[in-house]
Ligand binder design. Structure first.
Ligand SMILES: Nc1ncnc2c1ncn2[C@@H]1O[C@H](COP(=O)(O)OP(=O)(O)OP(=O)(O)O)[C@@H](O)[C@H]1O
Length: 234
């Protein structure tokens, strides 16, 4: 069994007065791809943001390898080796692909070069001098993932990488995620599309109203697909 990389226990989070996470317990082991499934507003994005230290008020425990991170600032969490791709992808519209890749600060030694990142994303190599705003949704998503990989993170957090993408591009993103897994990356991702999730991930947590309400493997999703779709409201 692989070592535990990330473990949240009784994770709670608030936006101002609004109590959004009510005790989230998730475990991700090294080398796994794990998804958070759930309806809109269930708290999936907030869980990723809390792990990244981006929700101002949070409590409980988030252990990453040997470190307790619940009270750490985002930049310190990034230095421990966690990278985050936001739902809006965060591409700089007026900077080209190469500049977007060069922009992030070096958070830890041993990161990937632009060249090595482009080897993973041949489409981006062809678009190296194109500004972010001229890229397709799929290219923007690849750029966001590529940029997050530059620090060679121990854990990659992806928020809905397939949102708004055409089916053929969703398949490409799926291929990239499977390749990253085969290269040993560990990924925790938010996904709305259970069928897609089952093709890329090892296992899945279902969230509802700020809590984990179910844990599924791929066979569970395939055998109970209608029930899963009903649970996710999609
Ligand atoms: N910045 C914010 N300020 C206040 N409330 C927020 C903020 N972001 C999210 N919320 C609220 O927190 C709850 C959980 O939102 P969250 O985005 O984590 O859900 P989600 O499961 O990721 O759904 P979605 O796919 O719609 O993003 C929702 O009720 C949402 O309205």
């Amino acid at each position: 069994m692989h070592e535990t990389l990330l473990e949240t226990r009784n994770l709670q989070a608030w936006y101002g007065q609004s109590h959004v996470l009510h005790g989230v317990d998730i475990t991700v082991r090294s080398g796994e791809v794990v998804t958070l499934l759930g309806r809109n507003g269930a708290g999936k994005s907030t869980t990723l943001k809390s792990i990244m230290g981006m929700v101002p008020k949070r409590s409980g425990s988030i252990r990453f390898e040997e470190s307790e991170t619940i009270d750490l600032a985002s930049h310190r969490i990034a230095r421990l080796g966690i990278a985050y791709c936001p739902e809006d992808r965060g591409i700089y519209a007026t900077l080209n692909v190469e500049e977007n890749l060069q922009l992030p600060p070096v958070t830890r030694p041993g990161g990937m070069s632009v060249e090595a990142t482009l080897d993973l994303f041949p489409n981006l190599r062809e678009r190296l001098k194109s500004p972010g705003m001229k890229l397709s949704g799929g290219e923007q998503q690849m750029l966001a993932i590529g940029r997050a990989l530059m620090s060679r993170p121990r854990l990659l957090l992806l928020d809905e990488p397939t949102e708004g993408l055409a089916p053929v591009v969703v398949q490409q993103i799926g291929g990239i995620i499977r390749r990253l897994k085969s290269e040993g990356f560990t990924i925790l991702m938010v996904e709305q599309n259970a069928r897609f999730a089952a093709t890329v991930a090892d296992r899945h947590y279902v969230m509802e109203r700020g809590r984990i309400v179910d844990a599924l493997n791929n066979a569970d999703i395939e055998q109970n697909f209608d029930r899963v779709v009903a649970l996710l409201g999609v």
